[in-house]
Design a protein around this ligand. Structure first.
Ligand code: DGP
Length: 114
């Protein structure tokens, strides 16, 4: 999508602190970190939000979870645990309309969220 900032990051048109990339997804550090480790994982294909997951693109979502598990081991956060957040829509707090999964780690998180 032309005006989408995360599409541009996925295509390398905007620089970001990339920690993992393959043909389907990119993981990069969040510009406004909320934890000592805070990165985002996005599909390169434009999917607006969780509302738009379907049978044709769900393989990208499962792939994102596989990548998160791999990065968690590499970053040595798997054992302590971490939080995966996917904000959806206005009430969910989504500010960038390209689906993304926050991975927050290296501190303890409370529940319920605010
Ligand atoms: P959300 O509120 O769930 O839509 O989160 C969007 C996140 O994306 C927010 O934590 C800040 C981050 N973000 C927005 N623009 C950029 C950018 O250009 N680069 C990076 N690295 N992160 C961004």
């Amino acid at each position: 999508m032309e005006d989408c900032i995360f599409c541009k990051i996925g295509k390398g048109q905007i620089s970001s602190d990339i920690i993992y990339e393959d043909d389907k997804v990119v993981a990069f550090n969040d510009v406004n970190p909320q934890a000592p480790i805070h990165f985002l994982v996005i599909p390169k294909e434009h999917i607006e939000s969780a509302n738009n997951i379907n049978n044709n693109n769900c393989h990208l979502i499962s792939h994102i979870y596989i990548v998160i598990a791999r990065l968690a081991k590499e970053l040595e956060i798997a054992e302590d645990g971490y939080r995966i957040v996917n904000n959806c829509g206005e009430f969910g707090g989504q500010t960038v309309p390209h689906i993304h999964f926050h991975v927050l780690a290296d501190r303890k998180f409370s529940w319920p969220p605010g």
